[in-house]
Design a protein around this ligand. Structure first.
Ligand code: S3P
Length: 168
């Protein structure tokens, strides 16, 4: 089994992915963490110094690497679905889309210093809305399961994912 979590920034992919992997006794891979591990620097540093294009190259490479593993849960970064190549790679797993509203994203990223796309924005709400418009159809294109997270607790989201997996 290979479960791949997709969704916008602050949709809970990493936290839910880690907990889900424990519940199902699977390995856990977080693409953003793998990028930081192999680069030896933070994602913010990569965006600042190398730029977004280079970050996307690193992201694609780590996504490809992660797919060597089976029996795992893979959490991705919000922009991973931007290229056709990545979307085709993602479809090699069972894809779970954590749909999240801009309002919840805003609440969760209020004091965030680790998301370069928001740090450089002077209107976070507008930025998140613009990203949503472009990315939502791409998330939907890849998703086998869509979870409307709303304000549900992470544990409830995990229960819902497991229920839905049993239906496929
Ligand atoms: C990004 C989302 C981030 C991270 C990078 C770019 C994006 O991951 O990959 O800052 O393009 O939406 P999260 O979705 O975990 O915040």
């Amino acid at each position: 089994m290979r479960l791949i979590l997709i969704g916008p920034m602050a949709s809970g992919k990493s936290t839910i992915g880690r907990k889900l992997s424990k519940r199902l006794n699977l390995d856990f891979i977080d693409i953003d963490q793998e990028i930081e591990k192999s680069a030896g620097v933070s994602i913010s540093w990569i965006f600042d110094v190398e730029g977004e294009k280079k970050f996307r190259e690193r992201e694609s490479k780590e996504l490809l690497n992660s797919l060597r593993a089976d029996n795992c849960v893979i959490s991705t970064g919000g922009g991973v679905i931007l290229t056709k190549k990545n979307r085709n790679l993602i479809k090699k797993g069972t894809v779970i889309y954590l749909e999240t509203s801009v309002m919840i994203q805003l609440e969760r990223t209020l004091n965030d210093k680790n998301r370069p796309l928001l740090l450089k924005s002077d209107n976070k709400e507008q930025t998140l809305k613009e990203l949503k418009e472009i990315r939502d159809p791409l998330f939907e294109e890849c998703a086998n399961i869509t979870i409307k997270e709303g304000k549900n607790s992470h544990n409830k989201v995990i229960d819902e994912i497991i229920d839905q997996l049993n239906l496929i």
